[in-house]
Design a protein around this ligand. Structure first.
Ligand code: SF4
Ligand code: F3S
Length: 104
């Protein structure tokens, strides 16, 4: 499966939502996550993210993000249509420690 990681936070470009064939993205205030039970592992979302925030869960160091996506996909509402990015998206793209500053 694929997971959304740190650099989505405070950007939320939502290009990923437009291409997902099974609508398995879920939306929080600051970022999206993928429901691992619904993702069919097609991989089409990964190159679409302008912030390069989507990763295969087989990549090294993904364990915290696998747990994060699993947890919040059960809590947040589904998002099925792309929308405008967050206003600060271009400035926040690439910033460090977004998880600590937005989820603590
Ligand atoms: Fe959707 Fe495919 Fe991305 Fe999974 S890998 S979230 S099914 S677009
Ligand atoms: Fe986030 Fe990238 Fe989608 S920034 S909303 S994972 S296109």
């Amino acid at each position: 499966t694929f997971v959304v990681t740190d650099n989505c936070i405070a950007c939320k470009y939502t290009d990923c939502v437009s291409v997902c064939p099974v609508d398995c993205f879920y939306e929080g205030e600051n970022m999206l996550v993928i429901d691992p039970e619904e993702c069919i592992d097609c991989g089409v979302c990964e190159p679409e993210c302008p912030a390069d925030a989507i990763r295969a869960d087989t990549e090294e160091g993904m364990e915290p993000w696998i747990a994060f996506n699993e947890k919040y996909a059960k809590i947040w509402p589904v998002i099925t249509e792309a929308k405008d990015p967050l206003p600060e998206a271009d400035d926040m793209d690439g910033q460090a420690n977004k998880l600590e500053t937005h989820f603590s």
